[in-house]
Design a protein around this ligand. Sequence first.
Ligand SMILES: Nc1ncnc2c1ncn2[C@@H]1O[C@H](COP(=O)(O)OP(=O)(O)OP(=O)(O)O)[C@@H](O)[C@H]1O
Ligand SMILES: [Mg+2]
Length: 583
Amino acid sequence: MSNIKWLWGYLKKYKWLYGAGLLLLAIFSVLSLYVPQILGRLVDDVIMAENTDLLKPLLLSLIAATLFRTSLSYMHSYLQEKASQNVIHDIRTNTYERLNKQDFPFFDKNRTGDIMARMTGDMDAVRHLLAHVIPQLLKGIVTLIFAIWMMLEINVVFALCIFALSPVTCLITGKFAKVILPTLQESRHQFSRLNTAVQENVSGHRVVKAFANEDFEIHKFDKENEAFKEKNLNISKMWEKYLPPLDFMVNLVFFVILLVGGYFVSKASITVGELVIFQGLAHRFNMPMRMIGWLTSDFQRFNASSSKIQELMYAEPKIKNVGIRLNDLDIKGKVEFKDVSFAYRQNVVLDNLNFVIEPGQTAAFIGATGSGKSTIMNLILRFYETDEGLILIDRINIKNIDLKTLRDKVSIAMQDIFLFTDTIKGNISYGVPDASFDDIVKVAQIAEADEFIQEFPEGYDTIIGERGVGLSGGQRQRIALARTLLKDPDILILDDTTSSLDIETEFKIQKALQKLNRKRTTLLITHRISSVMKADQIFVMDRGRIVERGTHNDLLKKKGLYYDVYMNQMGDFNQSSDTKEVI
Ligand SMILES: Nc1ncnc2c1ncn2[C@@H]1O[C@H](COP(=O)(O)OP(=O)(O)OP(=O)(O)O)[C@@H](O)[C@H]1O
Ligand SMILES: [Mg+2]
């Protein structure tokens, strides 16, 4: 879709507002050309004719024209700004909505910084086109047409002498815009690199301090800062190079006006007043010539930015939501994998998985780090799409279930916890915003979070910082668990949710979960044998495959990988008790 056509799609709604702004601007531009006319008449009819009768009306019309122009200028700026702000508001809202529809593979591919740049800098380039470039272009065209016409009316030869100089001015500004555009872009890129450096330093300040790497960070920033200074110096060097020839051209035009105009006045071909008008018109005629290069470069910037925004808006999510909305889908909770294989791009992570988890069962996944446990859960929630095989919930292919329904029925406490800058209450009720306070407290109690929350002076109204700063790792895990439990899902997934908790607290949570009347399918990922011993089924994963399966006792009897891990962990336990005794 062409960029202008795309923009028109949004501008259409405000076309009268924007059009009215442009109309007022056109009137303003024509009116500006009448000021030299009045000045010319002042010279001819008042000063040269030594007739003061016309002085008052001419001065009054000059004041009236100036006042009228000022109010027109205010009104057209207001209307244009209002229309362009509205357009950008709509584009921003739309882009944000589309962004929220994007899937995991999209966020794997696009860096946060790039997305942020599109939502801010690129949006501004589009606004700039509407609020500045198009109005300036219109003003330039109207001024050019009327100035040329008025100059030709006074004296054709004189006008042609001035026109002859304009291609040179155009050429210089065009060349200037061409060379300065990449330099300006480099400076903008460097500015975003500088921003990223600061942003990373601030968000990663704990790591920086932990490694006592402040000097390294300062050095890294210095490098970016120095580069930014250089880029900006380059821009001023270009100004220094191109401003003198441009100034020379302005002076040359005035020199030609005086020379040729003086000659015509001496020959009585034009009056002194007409020479004054000419001088005023030539000045206004020159402006669009000087602007043309800038406007072209601004237009190029708009083109690049709007393409980037559209890329973001129209990126087709790989996960298609073609399922039926089954609001009253009564899920029993059977989860089935049939010959499922999956690769993140080329990297095969799951290799031909087959398993069935019956409704109400607790299934535990255990295995080395990177063996694909979290990936299984990502597939059940359709964060990624399977390459081969079928995933069924209650014998329904999950691709046929509406995404919202699926994610309402299956709820996950993720391994990588993210908490919002909000109150604890707000964070727990994130998935169920209209939950009652009693329900919030109830799930917090199950997650063993109520006690520490109550200890905060502001209890559940305590605001937690960015990503949960102000809480310990275990506290964050328990809030995340409460958040997941509040959704009361039919299938509950706990991905390493209790890894930061001591065994006793973990045990209490497990007991509380078992005590709930609700019989739900639970998928548990953990590295601790003690947490999986009671599971109905245990799957041992190794490099994307299930290498052992069964209950705790079955697996111990096999004396395979599970047995080794068990012995290792129990060995550690025995060792630590030995140490205790020694101490
Ligand atoms: N978004 C991703 N893009 C590309 N590769 C990924 C992505 N997420 C995970 N992987 C890779 O897939 C493999 C399996 O990762 P997964 O997170 O499923 O492991 P895991 O068993 O949950 O490990 P852990 O116990 O450390 O949580 C790893 O090799 C990992 O590098
Ligand atoms: Mg994992």
